[in-house]
Write a new protein. Structure first.
Length: 245
């Protein structure tokens, strides 16, 4: 947590008094800052990698992407590249410069950033590995998407899965996205009959209540890059979340 954030929360005192950001310090002033136990123990994210161009973080479930961005931006220049759903945990990348932002956004559009997810789903999959195709249509008013087998019902989505482990009534899947649409993983897996455990929008409410699953078991596990130009040095790196499902 940086000092700008502490100032916003009025958690910095000068000579025993809470101060604002425009406070001018004088020689001999005593500056103290305070962090509650909750602030110290519950971090919205952990920094996985950072340099002058990019920052990669590992986000907690239950934290909005906007809250992560706000925290990063309070400590320096930052630009949004992509988002994760509030209850999806794992890796996010932000740009630190306008040039890096342009390069990363171009890479996302051209599918040159490989995102691998892990998902815990209900039931056992029909095969150990498959590349599933369907069509997705977004309903802005209902804030959800609908998946169909009909080509006339939206844009094509391609979701590849591999069974990592079967756990009785559930299966752990490794997911590779070949298209990146809103709620694609959650909606597509639900369409296939294997919703993500804990998903309150596309999932199985009865199963979730029985298992006391109050958050969706979806993790953005890995990031790999195929970048060009100024950011090509990142191509040799693989970023992996420390979290597990």
């Amino acid at each position: 947590m940086c000092f700008r954030t502490l100032l916003k929360g009025k958690d910095i005192k000068v000579n025993g008094k809470k101060v604002c950001a425009d406070m001018i310090l004088k020689k001999g002033d005593e500056v103290c800052y305070y962090m509650s136990q909750a602030q110290e123990s519950k971090k919205a994210f952990e920094i996985v990698y950072e340099d002058a161009n990019v920052i990669v973080v590992d986000k907690l479930s239950g934290v909005n992407s906007e809250a992560v961005f706000s925290e990063i931006a309070s400590c320096g220049e930052a630009y949004f590249i992509h988002r994760l759903d509030r209850n999806t945990e794992g890796l996010m990348i932000f740009a630190r410069t306008e040039r890096a932002e342009a390069e990363l956004l171009s890479a996302f559009r051209d599918r040159r950033i490989e995102k691998t997810y892990y998902a815990l789903v209900i039931g056992q999959m029909p095969s150990a590995h498959a590349v599933a195709r369907a069509y997705l249509k977004k309903d802005e008013k209902k804030a959800r998407v609908f998946v169909s087998a009909l080509k006339t019902q939206g844009e094509e989505i391609v979701t590849e899965y591999e069974v990592v482990e079967e756990r009785g009534e559930t299966s752990l899947l490794k997911i590779t996205l070949h298209t990146g649409k809103t709620h694609q993983i959650r909606a597509h897996l639900a369409f296939l009959g294997h919703p993500v455990v804990g998903d309150g929008k596309y999932g199985d409410g009865e199963f979730n209540r029985k298992e006391h699953a109050t958050r969706q078991r979806l993790l953005a596990k890995q990031l790999r890059f195929q970048l060009q130009g100024n950011l090509s040095y990142l191509n040799d790196k693989q970023f992996v979340s420390k979290k597990f499902l």
